[in-house]
Design a protein around this ligand. Structure first.
Ligand code: PLP
Ligand code: COI
Length: 356
């Protein structure tokens, strides 16, 4: 994957903090690498791209992102290949989706070349933070916030773009018990569900907390209007296997995040001759398939979540147990393949890896 050349002003840390991180016991998202990428937008253009020591931000109390949520983010991962090379999975897709989110949230787009080159330089500097341990990776979090110090409502004229990185272990350490949510809504048609907008996640917290109190780890959201169609989970897209076919909600709905992991799963499955249907998926057909035993599998697909098997699905007070994980041939095979692909153990046949 080719990228452009961009001049980045780099200020290095005097001492790395890496020794303070226990890689034997690595949670998700609690530790951050030594440096971060930072670039500010003002007067209609982006300023100098910089890499600086990881540090707190100093923000005016009226910073508009803090009041009105004009804020977007991305999530992607890097792993270390056998020869010490850093491999980043499909970062061009994240750069594109970031700009789609920016457009919907009325924010300044980032030239893709700067997004990718900034990331490359940051990873190069913090290469020691990319773990080569099984099940670990460097989670990359690009994000942008509106920084006008103004409490009126209007699109900000200033923005801050940052990339921070965090060495991580598994997001879900075991198969996930989910609940199909039919009261609360994540996103409505015409809203911002397709964007990776910060507020989407804030809005999901309360219903997710209620579900957690009932013993569920995640929600499967349904359409806002009728609550009869499956959309996605809070942190991942969902894919079902009925018989030998994979079925997943279509991305045509503007309420669903266009997941890069799901896109990859669909492409791999089709390449292997597995039938995939991307269409509207009703709750009724999933319940029916669980009741008549044709639902062979359900799993989530996401960067943080990877391929996360669903162990049980709750719907209207009833829990349906899904088949044993060992029996889920297709998703296990895809999970292994993607895992090997990301760590460079197999050929990069789709040109999905950026190498640093
Ligand atoms: N859906 C939501 C709401 C998410 O937060 C994520 C995670 O990024 C996904 C789906 C999966 O997208 P991706 O595979 O691009 O990480
Ligand atoms: C991701 O998978 O990158 C996500 O954004 C999900 C979550 C950590 C919010």
């Amino acid at each position: 994957m080719a990228t452009d050349t961009v001049n980045i002003k780099i200020t290095k840390v005097d001492n790395s903090r890496i020794e303070s991180v226990d890689f034997e016991n690595l949670p998700f998202g609690k530790f951050f690498s030594d440096h971060m990428f930072e670039m500010n937008y003002a007067n209609g253009k982006w300023g100098e791209p910089t890499i600086v020591p990881f540090q707190n931000l100093s923000l005016h109390p009226a910073t508009s992102a803090l009041h009105y949520g004009q804020a977007i983010f991305e999530g992607l991962k890097a792993q270390k290949g056998a020869n010490g090379e850093i491999l980043v999975f499909r970062p061009d897709m994240n750069a594109k989706r970031f700009n789609e989110s920016a457009k919907r949230m009325c924010m300044a787009p980032i030239p893709e070349g700067i997004f990718l080159e900034g990331l490359k330089s940051l990873l190069n500097l913090d290469r020691a933070w990319v773990s080569s341990k099984d099940g670990q990776s460097l989670y990359i979090r690009p994000f942008m916030i509106a920084t006008d110090d103004y409490v009126g409502i209007r699109p900000s004229e200033r923005y801050k773009f940052l990339i921070i990185t965090s060495p991580v272990g598994a997001y879900y350490s075991e198969p996930v018990k989910v609940k199909i949510e039919t009261k609360y809504t994540r996103a409505a048609a015409g809203g911002v569900g397709r964007a990776k907008a910060a507020g989407n996640y804030a809005a999901s917290l309360y219903p997710a907390k209620l579900a957690e109190e009932q013993g569920y780890r995640q929600l499967i959201w349904t359409d806002a209007k009728t609550h009869t169609y499956i959309e996605e989970a809070g942190t991942m897209n969902v894919i079902f296997q009925i018989g030998d076919k994979l079925i997943t909600p279509s991305e045509e709905e503007d309420t669903i995040l266009k997941g890069i992991t799901k896109r990859s799963v669909v492409q791999i499955a089709k390449e292997w001759g597995i039938e995939v249907e991307e269409r509207k998926v009703t709750i009724a057909e999933i319940i029916e398939a669980m009741e008549n035993g044709t639902l062979k599998d359900a799993f989530g697909a996401g960067t943080a979540a990877t391929i996360a098997h669903i162990s049980e699905i709750g719907y209207e007070g009833k829990d349906y147990k899904l088949p044993a994980i060992e029996e889920r041939e297709i998703s296990n095979k895809i999970k292994n393949y993607i895992s090997q692909y990301k760590s460079g153990e197999i050929e990069d046949k789709f040109d999905w890896l950026m190498r640093v």
